[in-house]
Design a protein around this ligand. Structure first.
Ligand SMILES: [Zn+2]
Length: 331
């Protein structure tokens, strides 16, 4: 499969009647493609895939999930955002190698980081050699596998939220206000839930919701330990919403998991989006929703060294406002 073939699979959803739009931009300026199924009013959830370059099979899974939901008109209330490929630059590198990399110096540093090989099929990072799923501001830099220098995987970036793809996903999430998120990764057939420092009540809530995902897929549910800086971790810590990482594809399959394995992965995950939306609706009163005004999102604002990230400052501001409003409304 080439990168363009992958993108075409996403764009083909337009032939079915779905609208494809941009959720943000990559470092190299590629659009981060997204769609929405269901109603824009009511409870929303967000499902994202392809944040790790070699895990592009998850983008194709999301295409099938979105198509199935849309064509069967399955959603009766609320809606689901799908962000198909959060790391398009990385996926292009995995699928097409260095062919379309614009600068010689970029080609050189990517090759050096890749042990002088031009086979990038196992590459996970973005084009800046940052592992995007370690770059979020949620106990950033405290993960057991974290790496401090540019690398094909596990490099956390020089500071949290340094990467354009991460900022894009944060901005988009704050704008569409999901009550639950799912991140699709490969591999191992497990579901991760929870995060360090989460209170008991919300751990119990996330466990209860997660058990329904576990039943449906057959994947065991595991509490997250020793892993930080992921999108899921950020959603739990900063937004206090239930958030999950699904690792699809049998552990014995080699990376990258290819399209031949999609039917089995899809079969196990076909109904996850609808069940997730219905769980978010069922539990909405127990989810500490953050009201947010679109104009408060400062796009592209950079992290202040020695300060807190934009998402951190924004989230605490909104929480204070939310608490103030609810204490006033009780009076
Ligand atoms: Zn991954």
């Amino acid at each position: 499969m080439t990168y363009q073939e992958l993108i075409n699979q996403i764009l083909q959803l337009q032939d079915d009647g779905l609208e494809i739009f941009n959720a943000g931009k990559s470092v190299l300026g590629k659009n981060i493609l997204a769609t929405h199924v269901g109603d824009y009013s009511g409870v929303q959830i967000l499902i994202q895939g392809g944040i790790h370059a070699r895990e592009y099979i998850t983008s194709l899974l999301l295409v099938e999930q979105a198509r199935n939901l849309f064509l069967n008109n399955s959603i009766k209330s609320g809606g689901i955002y799908f962000i198909f490929l959060t790391n398009p630059d990385g996926a292009e590198l995995v699928l097409d190698g260095l062919n379309n990399i614009p600068c010689d110096i970029t080609k050189q540093y990517l090759t050096i980081a890749n042990n002088s090989s031009t086979d990038f099929s196992l590459f996970k990072a973005n084009i800046n050699l940052v592992d995007l799923n370690t770059n979020f501001d949620a106990n950033w830099g405290e993960g057991a596998q974290n790496v401090r220098c540019p690398s094909t995987e596990d490099f956390i970036g020089f500071y949290p939220e340094s990467e354009r793809e991460v900022k894009s996903l944060i901005d988009f999430t704050l704008r569409v206000k999901p009550l639950l998120t799912i991140s699709y990764h490969t591999k191992g057939e497990v579901i991760y839930y929870g995060f360090t420092g989460q209170n008991e009540q919300s751990v119990a809530r996330d466990l209860a919701i997660g058990e329904s995902f576990s039943e449906l897929t057959g994947y065991p549910l595991i509490f997250t330990e020793n892993s930080t800086g992921g999108y899921k971790d950020w959603c739990i810590q900063k937004l206090t919403i239930p958030s999950y990482t699904f690792e699809v594809g049998n552990e014995n399959l080699p990376h990258p998991i290819t399209i031949e394995n999609l039917p089995e992965i899809y079969m196990k995950n076909k109904d996850i989006p609808l069940v997730a939306l219905n769980k978010a609706i069922e539990y909405q009163k127990e989810i500490d929703f953050i009201p947010i005004l679109e104009q408060n999102i400062v796009k592209g604002e950079s992290y202040e060294p020695h300060g807190r990230s934009i998402s951190s400052r924004l989230c605490s501001l909104l929480k204070r406002r939310s608490a103030y409003r609810s204490s006033n409304s009780k009076k």
